[in-house]
Design a protein around this ligand. Structure first.
Ligand code: PLP
Length: 476
């Protein structure tokens, strides 16, 4: 080590000195003392690292090593704890059910109900007619059964939990038969074979990746078979020379051999979306009609509700699912029940869901309506006379996301934004650092805002954000 480095290291502030400054500025009131002291230590360790790292190239100034500088850095970290980490953002990606951005936005009524129910007490597990203990899932059971004609229903934390719970209930220590074409991984490390292993069910693969026949299932049935499982392949498609077995054929096979048949629908939708330009997807009602015993699907994919796993099907199976002790560990929260109940009510009449549930509305909004919205935003932005940005309207495609309707292109309108003297990547980053972050698509040369997923009430964030960036440094 050379003399300069040794001298600089001697200048590093003492922990006590920093703490004294923080005490003076009343920052010790804002976090536990031990945390503050630990933070001081790590800041000083970083300063030491900086001295060691740059010793030959550049000298670190004394100012950079002062106790005031260290205190300032500790202060930033303490203050960060006092600002929410979970923030609202503007979804300009055009992916309607973006899992990383929280999937479906909730309808107004769901929000109202969450506030009402969480502010005080509720009858979440209390039967008001008998004055005895009730079941939390009963609040949504009747409504789910009315919409889908299922015999019974139970809801858990999410669909991954639903699949785990049903497999564990029906096939622990037994074989569950699945087509090799359906052994999928969806995002966030949900893999059918792994979930199955954790559930205690033994995976019995049948068929091949592209083709599975009814006879494959038939031949796989043995003394230790517990379940036949069909999984929606979600964000994955096999095209070309393919064959899979119809749900109704599997249901018949299950009936003949006295085996339960389960269908993990993944997204699960109550409304036939073909009139809105989408390909045929079996609805939840159709899946149940085909005769399967149990279906599972998410609350926050195409349904547009809160995160939940919905399990529908035959009464005696649902009873067993409810009684499984694992159910207690996967149980749904009262806020979710409140939001789910409010959202499901709109599905009693489909038209209401299309108008009131944001996910459904965003999915089925016509490209004409999106264009109108885009022109409005363009006008607002043009009126700002931004010095550094060029903005143009473009055609493009939105996506459903969340593993729903994966191959469907949904025509949309985009705003293409280029900043002079700034790369698209850099502009994308600047947009993420705004007070209300705007998450956009980053193309090679430009930033793209897909207007389909932006609500008009959010235009103000885009307007203020771009105005802020335009008046800011970084454009020199
Ligand atoms: C999305 C999905 C799941 C998991 O659902 P979550 O609600 O995200 O837990 C399970 N199976 C399939 C087929 C899916 O598409």
């Amino acid at each position: 080590m050379d003399d300069t480095t040794i001298n600089l290291l001697k200048q590093l502030p003492k922990i006590d000195e920093i703490v004294l400054i923080l005490e003076r500025d009343r920052l010790l009131d804002l976090a536990p003392r031990d945390f503050v002291v630990d933070t001081c230590r790590s800041v000083v360790a970083e300063m030491r690292g900086a001295v060691m790292a740059v010793e030959k190239k550049k000298t670190v100034s004394l100012q950079e090593l002062s106790a005031e500088t260290a205190a300032h850095r500790v202060r930033e970290r303490i203050e960060r704890l006092h600002t929410p980490s979970l923030q609202r953002v503007v979804n300009a990606t055009g992916i309607i059910l973006h899992t990383n951005l929280g999937r479906a936005p909730l309808c107004e009524e769901a929000l109202r109900r969450i506030v009402e129910i969480s502010r005080g007490y509720s009858n979440i597990e209390f039967d008001l007619t008998t004055g005895k203990r009730g079941l939390r899932y009963d609040h949504v059971r009747d409504i789910l059964c009315a919409i889908t004609e299922a015999e019974d229903a139970v809801v858990v934390n999410n669909n991954a939990a639903a699949v785990l719970l049903v497999l564990n209930t029906l096939a622990m220590g037994k074989e569950a038969i699945v087509s090799r074409g359906e052994l999928i991984e969806i995002g966030g490390a949900f893999r059918i074979p792994e979930v199955m292993e954790k559930s205690g069910a033994i995976l019995k693969e049948v068929g091949t990746t592209n083709r599975t026949h009814l006879s494959d299932y038939e031949q796989a049935i043995g003394d230790n078979t517990g379940l036949i499982l069909k999984v929606h392949t979600s964000n994955f498609r096999i095209a070309g020379f393919t064959e899979d077995v119809e749900l109704s054929e599997l249901a018949d096979l299950g009936m003949k051999r006295s085996l339960p048949v389960m269908n993990d629908l993944g997204s699960g939708c109550f409304i036939d979306l073909r009139p809105y330009g989408f390909d045929r997807e079996p609805t939840v009602q159709e899946a149940l009609k085909s005769g399967v015993d149990i279906v599972t699907f998410s609350g926050d994919k195409l349904l547009g509700g809160p995160q939940a796993g919905i399990i529908l099907g035959r009464k005696e199976i649902i009873e067993r699912v409810k009684k499984n002790p694992l159910n207690r560990a996967l149980r749904i929260d009262k806020l979710t029940i409140a939001a789910l109940e409010a959202t499901m009510r709109y599905y009693l009449t489909n038209g209401d869901a299309l108008a009131a549930v944001p996910g459904m509305k965003l999915l089925t909004t016509s490209v004409k309506a999106v264009e109108k919205k885009a022109r409005k935003l363009l006008r607002i932005l043009k009126n700002l006379s931004l010095k550094h940005f060029d903005i143009v309207l473009k055609k493009g495609n939105s996506m459903a996301g969340g593993g729903s309707l994966p191959t469907q292109e949904i025509p949309t309108v985009l705003l293409g934004i280029t900043a002079r003297n700034m790369s698209a990547g850099r502009l994308g980053e600047r947009l993420r650092f705004l007070d209300v972050p705007v998450i956009a698509r980053i193309a090679e040369e430009e930033i793209l805002f897909d207007i389909r997923t932006i609500d008009e009430s959010e235009f103000v964030f885009i307007r203020e954000g771009l105005k802020h960036l335009d008046g800011h440094d970084g454009f020199t």
